[in-house]
Design a binder for this molecule. Structure first.
Ligand code: NAP
Length: 286
């Protein structure tokens, strides 16, 4: 029977460790503070921002949600980012996506200080993922690997098929998998027959953003599938990129919701603590 790789236990372990570190920092007089920027108009983003806020409260982290109306200008957001960059009481900055069409996420994100960039979106941190230098790496690819390892799967020497080469998940994950010494095949929108690549794989990571990209008849009984996709379907339901019948044919699969996304939020807070270490000069970034 297919194993369902739920992420709650792994996320709770991360949160336990964060709570202890937050207590230590507070005893030293430092109050961790995360600033999240939200442009209104996308209900899912607002939901994720609120979910992060609830977790911050449980962790003892100060959380400030900076909300803008949907018609906000890039300049106004950048002005806020400059102010947050300069504010020593703020340790992490994150921009919720997607943005309305008149705003460029790339232009805005690159204004975030790399030392406060808890989702690894600035040019310096993107480069660090490629080179393996110290930096703040994006949370979702880290979550993909952590979830796999939590279930006892090593990556070294494994045949891995990665479906999706997007900037947020697939591309950074590709570089991280190289450093784990996996043998990686990358599939994308121009790959004619994804199933033929899955046939040789022991592990698959899927990060496309379309429901049912991977179906039961494309997988096999020794394949472990980590699904990073988040898709809103009819009725507001959230599903991943893998069809439900993958559960009948693969060795193991991570659920959506309750899989990669659950661990991603925990890792964002882990990154906040790394950011604090960088800002205190305890670890040297690029
Ligand atoms: P993206 O930038 O839009 O990239 C999507 C990738 O999928 C591209 O490489 C694209 O190929 C490929 N693709 C599109 N259609 C395909 C098809 N029919 N067959 C095979 N590949 C196809 O996406 P992203 O920002 O990296 O995000 C990927 C997914 O992760 C989304 O569902 C997103 O919501 C989710 N996500 C999850 C979390 C989390 O916390 N779990 C966080 C962030 C994002 P080309 O390169 O050829 O265009």
């Amino acid at each position: 029977m297919t194993m369902l790789m739920k992420a709650k236990e792994a996320a709770d372990q991360v949160y336990d460790s964060i709570r202890t570190k937050v207590k230590d920092l507070k005893q030293k007089g430092l109050q961790p503070h995360l600033a999240v920027i939200l442009v209104e108009g996308d209900p899912a983003s607002a939901y994720y921002a609120r979910a992060k806020q609830k977790i911050a409260e449980k962790l003892g982290v100060t959380f400030h949600l900076h909300s803008f109306q949907a018609d906000v200008t890039e300049e106004s957001i950048v002005q806020l980012i400059v102010r947050l960059n300069d504010d020593p009481s703020v340790h992490g900055i994150m921009l919720e996506l997607p943005l309305p069409l008149h705003l460029s996420a790339g232009k805005i994100e690159k204004m975030i200080s790399p030392l406060k960039d808890i989702d690894g979106v600035t040019p310096g941190n993107k480069l660090a993922v490629v080179t393996g230098d110290a930096g703040l790496y994006p949370a979702t690819p880290q979550a993909c690997i952590k979830l796999l390892k939590h279930y006892g799967h090593p990556l070294e020497g494994k045949n891995v098929t990665l479906v999706g080469r997007g900037q947020t998940v697939g591309l950074p994950l590709f570089h991280m998998l190289q450093r784990e010494n996996a043998t990686v095949t990358v599939c994308h929108s121009r790959t004619p027959d994804i199933a033929s690549h899955l046939a040789h794989a022991e592990i698959a990571f899927v990060a496309v953003g379309r429901p049912n990209i991977i179906r039961g008849n494309m997988v096999h009984s020794s394949l472990t599938v980590i699904d990073a996709g988040i898709n809103e379907v009819e009725g507001g339901k959230i599903v991943g990129d893998t069809a439900l019948d993958v559960r009948d044919h693969a060795a193991a699969v991570s659920p959506v919701p309750g899989g990669v996304g659950t661990l991603t939020t925990a890792i964002l807070y882990e990154n906040l603590l790394k950011a604090i270490a960088f800002q205190l000069g305890e670890v040297h970034s690029r």
